[in-house]
Design a protein around this ligand. Structure first.
Ligand SMILES: Cc1cc2nc3c(=O)[nH]c(=O)nc-3n(C[C@H](O)[C@H](O)[C@H](O)COP(=O)(O)O)c2cc1C
Length: 261
């Protein structure tokens, strides 16, 4: 399969065979990831390979008990990492300008880009992955379990292993709603409705298959997919709480010294 055909076959995998992933394969996919472009070629990221079942059990709670964390043989955590770089600056008598939010974002972008390359490399070898948003939502707890020093923050991660399921391809919004020619083209409300038309049907049907989501939707009088997203799934309170928690963690990790001296 060529790269584009492979990309079009991507599905998140949440059920895995118990078969281990060999060191050779891990090396191969991570070394492919390391070829990813990075800001200034500084490579301000780290990748943590967690296979130990006890450690993965500890990670289960901050990952909201998502079964892939323990059922897949490998968990990869991608971190924004200025620790190594800043230490190198220190021992080289070079000024350190990287203790701020901008630097965190530089490291986060590097780490996230690497993660997608590793995901594609893994899929090209018949492995399956499922990204875990809990990695960033609970970066503080995960960082403590993984012994992260200052200047290192987990930003994304995924379970990795041989697929034990063959799910259908998930739909995508029409590309016409996502791509703008030359400059951003503002879209009127009827255009917005059209972009989400199919998603409203498919997404609603999908979520109503979950007993818990269906009950919550009924309890809150939710009538459509948009309401389901923000009244049930991604509430203001939860998003404000996560924002505060992450900003506090960025401070603890020495990434929030943003004021001019
Ligand atoms: C940043 C990010 C975080 C995600 N977090 C989770 C997660 O915590 N649990 C999960 O089951 N899927 C997670 N996913 C997978 C998405 O649900 C999935 O990519 C999306 O539904 C589209 O399905 P597909 O990947 O099979 O095409 C995440 C994906 C991304 C990119």
């Amino acid at each position: 399969m060529n790269v584009i055909e492979q990309i079009h076959q991507h599905r998140s995998i949440r059920k895995y065979k118990p078969d281990p992933v060999s060191d050779d394969i891990i090396d191969k996919i991570l070394n492919a990831g390391i070829r990813t472009s990075s800001s200034g070629n500084m490579q301000t990221y780290s990748i943590i390979i967690t296979r130990d079942p006890d450690l993965r059990k500890q990670l289960l709670e901050p990952h909201y008990h998502q079964s892939m964390v323990v059922n897949a043989p490998v968990l990869l955590t991608f971190c924004a990492d200025f620790h190594r770089m800043r230490r190198w600056l220190y021992i080289s008598d070079a000024p350190d300008n990287f203790d701020n939010y901008f630097s965190f974002m530089v490291g986060a972008i590097d780490a996230i880009m690497v993660s997608q390359t590793v995901a594609l490399a893994a899929e090209s070898l018949g492995l399956g992955i499922c990204f875990l948003g809990s990695t960033f939502a609970n970066a503080d707890q995960i960082g403590r379990i993984l012994n992260l020093p200052k200047n290192v923050v987990p930003v994304t991660g995924f379970s990795l292993g041989y697929p034990a399921e063959d799910p259908d391809l998930r739909d995508r919004l029409p590309s016409s709603g996502l791509i703008h020619k030359e400059k951003y083209q503002s879209i009127k409300d009827d255009g917005i409705r059209k972009i989400y038309q199919e998603r409203e049907k498919k997404g609603w049907l999908r979520y109503m298959q979950s007993k818990r989501l269906k009950e919550l939707a009924q309890e809150h009088g939710v009538e459509n997919l948009a309401q389901l997203y923000t009244i049930v799934k991604y509430t203001k309170a939860s998003h404000q709480e996560y924002s505060t928690k992450i900003l506090d963690y960025l401070s603890q990790q020495d990434f929030m010294n943003n004021t001019r001296q």
